[in-house]
Ligand binder design. Structure first.
Ligand code: NAD
Length: 513
């Protein structure tokens, strides 16, 4: 509309004003390419985007590498200024970008705005960080010597992201990478290229305001599927690949990066649990379960998938939970009142149905899970959130199915609950609901949860950016976002300076002729 690009107004079902969204998309970027982008809201096309072949990916990496040679010499606090400006652009465009997130990946509009807020938060964090890339000074064993540790820029950072957090995951990586002196080559999910192109527009605006010392090529966006990702993964000019997505993807990416001695940050699948003890505040627990299991249609890496409830509480909790589930409003996620939008596509719906069939075969009792709104939107996949009451932690419970399925289990003593919670291949997020200090501390102890994230009286999803984010085991072991995650984006140099006039060797070794 007006801008020559093809983002659709949405027709009568959509309540969007598309002008501010199309302003985020450069018509030159949205030529009539081979990649068709569809909105999961109604399955209708949003536009067609050109794809990068492997030669184009290599050229983008080359531009980013050229940019690195200059950017690494720009003082870090000055690099922080670019991220401050990016944060301003995000603040000014929060509504439009948030709506585009909802339009392209189907999460509720509140969560669309929340995702952009998370980008703003990480920009603020990174601006402060740009003055705090501290190294150590270390006591030397030799007289007249000084030893220190300096963190230097690393090089081009490759970012591969998933459809479900189409923009926030990029910003966690990019804000840190850029203040650390590294350009970014970003391959977004092929399901969500428009939000990535919109981020590039905002980044370009920040670069324009920043001035001449920002080189071309600080952010390159690669549009493509797995093949484009592989071109990025295999390129030796990319010393760090930060990849977010399924464990299947991580299993392919990690050995390829390792084979060329590159580094990777892997943020893969989760299978997150909540333990509800007899000492839990059930009001809090029900609210937490609802958001964590149903929010984003169960398509968060941190979605609550397993509920491990003490046998004495189970019969009180489950009816309340089912009553809360029955009140969840399902529908067009652009409308504020709807809590549950669509699944990303037909494939996700079919995977959900397969998992529910398996749950039944494996002895479970399933409530919900059926498709709704199919007459209104035959090409979109809305479902009722499902609860599968299981008798044990069977095969389907140990897998991540990216849909709103909550498996419930019971336990008798806390050690058993913790063992159940840890007995899955994934290790992302976990939580306990209890007002008993001993239970909470046992859960957080070395013998407690084995996950990267462990919460008390908070659900497993919706982390703040200030902490390091990531998980263990098949979740991949990476950490992003806050705390000292920035160190993964830099190279550490140990330097020793001799100002003594003699040459004492370490460990007292003598080597004189
Ligand atoms: P996906 O694995 O299908 O795709 C993720 C990205 O990897 C896409 O950009 C895709 O094109 C790319 N890709 C796939 N195979 C590749 C290969 N061999 N080489 C290089 N790139 C490749 O995941 P998805 O369906 O988009 O996202 C859902 C998954 O992501 C879930 O498993 C979820 O738990 C996980 N996830 C994890 C986190 C986290 O921080 N741990 C965050 C969000 C999503």
């Amino acid at each position: 509309p007006g801008m020559g690009c093809q983002v659709r107004n949405g027709g009568r079902d959509m309540t969007i004003d598309s002008r501010d969204i199309t302003d985020l998309l450069d018509p030159a970027d949205i030529a009539d390419g081979p990649l068709a982008v569809r909105s999961p809201i109604d399955g209708a096309p949003l536009g067609r985007v050109p794809l990068d072949d492997s030669a184009a990916v290599a050229a983008r990496i080359g531009r980013a590498h050229e940019a690195f040679l200059h950017w690494r010499t720009v003082p870090a606090p000055r690099r922080g200024e670019l991220i401050r400006l990016l944060g301003e652009e995000l603040r000014a465009n929060k509504q439009a970008l948030g709506r585009l997130v909802t339009l392209e990946c189907g999460k509720s509009i509140q969560e669309g705005y929340g995702e952009v807020q998370e980008m703003i938060d990480i920009c603020d964090f990174a601006v402060g960080l740009s003055r705090q890339l501290y190294g150590l000074t270390i006591a030397s064993e030799r007289p007249g010597h000084r030893m220190m540790e300096t963190w230097h820029p690393l090089g081009v950072v490759g970012v591969i992201s998933a459809f479900n957090f189409p923009v926030a995951v990029w910003s966690w990586n990019a804000a840190l990478a850029l203040v650390c002196g590294n350009p970014v080559v970003w391959k977004p999910s092929e399901k969500t290229p428009l939000t990535a192109l919109a981020c590039r527009t905002l980044f370009r605006r920040a670069v324009e305001r920043f001035g001449a010392d920002a080189p071309e090529g600080l952010l390159e966006v690669v549009i493509g599927d797995r093949a484009a990702g592989e071109a990025l993964v295999d390129d030796p000019r990319v010393p760090l690949v930060s990849a977010t997505g399924s464990t299947r993807m991580g299993r392919e990416v990690a050995p390829r990066v390792a084979a060329r001695f590159g580094r990777s940050i892997l943020e893969l699948g989760g299978n997150n649990a909540m333990i509800v003890t007899p000492a839990a505040d059930l009001d809090l627990a029900v609210r937490a379960i609802l958001f964590a299991a149903v929010g984003t249609a169960g398509q968060r890496c941190t979605t609550l998938r397993r509920l491990i409830v003490h046998v004495d509480v189970y019969d009180r909790l489950l009816p309340r939970l089912k009553a809360a589930y029955a009140q969840v409003t399902i529908g067009n996620p652009l409308e504020e009142g709807n809590l549950l939008g669509p699944l990303i596509d037909r494939g996700a719906y079919e995977a959900m149905q397969r998992a529910l069939d398996a749950a039944r075969v494996q002895g479970g009792t399933v409530t919900g899970g059926e498709r709704v709104l199919a007459e209104r939107w035959p090409d979109a996949y809305y479902v009722r959130p499902a609860i599968a009451e299981m008798r044990g932690q069977t095969a389907c419970v140990r897998e991540e199915t990216f849909a709103p399925i909550l498996y419930t289990l019971t336990y008798r003593d806390l050690d058993e609950a913790v063992a159940l919670q840890n007995a899955v291949p994934q290790g992302l997020s976990s939580c306990i609901f209890t007002n008993d200090l001993r239970e909470a501390e046992r859960f957080l102890s070395a013998a407690g949860s084995d996950c990267g994230i462990a919460n008390v009286n908070i659900g497993p999803s919706g982390a703040e950016i200030g902490g390091a984010f990531g998980g263990e085991k098949e979740t991949g072991g990476g950490r992003e976002s806050g705390s000292d995650s920035w160190k993964a984006y830099m190279r550490r140099q140990t330097a020793t300076v001799n100002y003594s006039g003699s040459l004492p060797l370490a460990q007292g070794i003598r080597f004189d002729v």
